[in-house]
Design a protein. Structure first.
Length: 381
């Protein structure tokens, strides 16, 4: 591409300027948090493997502990990889004009603003897409440390890495007034489940890439259609401001074309399964290894559903309410199947893309069991 349509450097700069600092801690305390998170992440991996009976294939993927600015940098790098095909498509359609029409600097500022908000919320994530040349281990730091760079280089065809955001975990455990050790292990159980999903299921990353490519292929670049999408997005924005309830579309949903929605249904079903599985695993393993898990779960769920009106507005604007629904709906699906058929039977979900549940099956686990397992027990999700 002659000129990129997003000012990625400005996105990083904007987010780092706007992101709030983490909780004030002494360097020695920060180092202690980082060291324990790294240790507990390894411990959690063993617990998750023992429960799920999923065995990672190939060399181990890195586990890193990062601060908020490093999380921003890493996610911008990942977004750049994922969005490159779409931006190439836009540039090929109207080369030389789109960089002005889209406003690459404005887009960079908007992206940076959104990431600044998210950088204070995310406790951890499995980074599926790493850019070519990205180091395997980077940003291992407390809130005030300088990121280091060691380890094997990342590759777009390989699984990514597990990142834990130390200041956000420390802030959450303080805000919830829960046992720090227990909370850190509980978070690691969730994130390690995502890591094992992608490292133990060889086709999963390729399937996700294919669905993203299909979404891009379904993108309608006609100016009139795009204008109509923007008008719908404005209506969604008004709905978010007025807090019209859970069925009001997010701005992300409003910008989709009908063809994109079909692909997005499959993507949402997949993400709902992945999030729900991680939620179910942390609750299944938690009582055995996290003494205060019931207290943590109760307080954490209350925190998930709360927040100020501004916080709820931003969540709806960014489509984060959908993620909360994924936790609940996906978790209910996994719990229902495991309760009725067991872990081994549930693991048939990982056999191929054809055995993944559809969106309708996620709310009717019996239908999935009938299709994949050959039985339809009388159960309720």
């Amino acid at each position: 591409m002659d000129a990129e349509l997003v000012d990625w450097d400005l996105a990083v700069t904007t987010a780092r300027r706007l992101v709030r600092p983490g909780p004030p801690v002494a360097r020695s305390e920060a180092d202690t948090v980082v060291a324990e998170l790294r240790r507990l992440a390894v411990e959690a991996e063993g617990h998750v493997q023992a429960y799920t009976r999923l065995e990672p294939a190939g060399p181990p993927t890195p586990i890193v502990v990062v601060d908020r600015p490093e999380w921003v940098r890493s996610n911008v790098a990942g977004l750049r990889v994922v969005s490159e095909p779409l931006l190439d498509k836009l540039a090929d359609r109207d080369r030389g004009k789109l960089s002005t029409a889209v406003g690459r600097r404005v887009t960079g500022v908007q992206l940076g603003t959104a990431l600044a908000y998210l950088a204070g919320k995310v406790l951890g994530q499995y980074e599926v897409f790493l850019p070519p040349g990205e180091t395997g281990e980077t940003g291992e730091t407390g809130e005030t440390g300088t990121p280091g760079e060691t380890g094997a280089a990342g590759h777009p065809g390989r699984p990514g890495r597990l990142s834990l955001v130390a200041p956000n975990i420390a802030h959450a455990e303080q805000a919830l007034a829960v046992n720090p050790h227990d909370f850190r292990l509980w978070v690691c159980l969730h994130e390690q489940t995502h890591r094992i999903q992608f490292t133990a299921v060889p086709w999963l990353r390729t399937h996700l890439e294919h669905e993203i490519a299909s979404f891009i292929e379904a993108t309608d670049l006609d100016a009139d259609v795009l204008a109509e999408r923007v008008r719908s997005a404005v209506s969604a924005l008004r709905g978010a401001v007025l807090d019209r309830g859970p069925n009001a579309p997010s701005i992300v949903e409003a910008l989709q074309t009908p063809a994109q929605r079909q692909v997005l249904d499959r993507l949402q079903a997949l993400m709902t399964l992945l999030e729900g599985h991680a939620d179910q695993v942390m609750d299944a393993v938690g009582p055995k290894v996290v003494p205060t898990v019931a207290e943590i779960r109760s307080r954490f769920d209350n925190r998930r559903g709360g927040g100020s009106p501004i916080d709820r507005f931003v969540r709806r604007l960014l489509g984060l309410d959908l993620k909360l629904l994924q936790y609940r709906q996906g978790g209910a699906f996994v719990r229902a199947v495991v309760a009725e058929a067991g872990v081994d039977a549930f693991n048939l979900v990982w056999e191929s893309p054809e055995t993944l549940p559809t969106r309708s099956e996620l709310v009717d686990p019996g239908a999935w069991m009938q299709r994949v397992l050959g039985s339809r027990p009388s159960i309720s999700a």
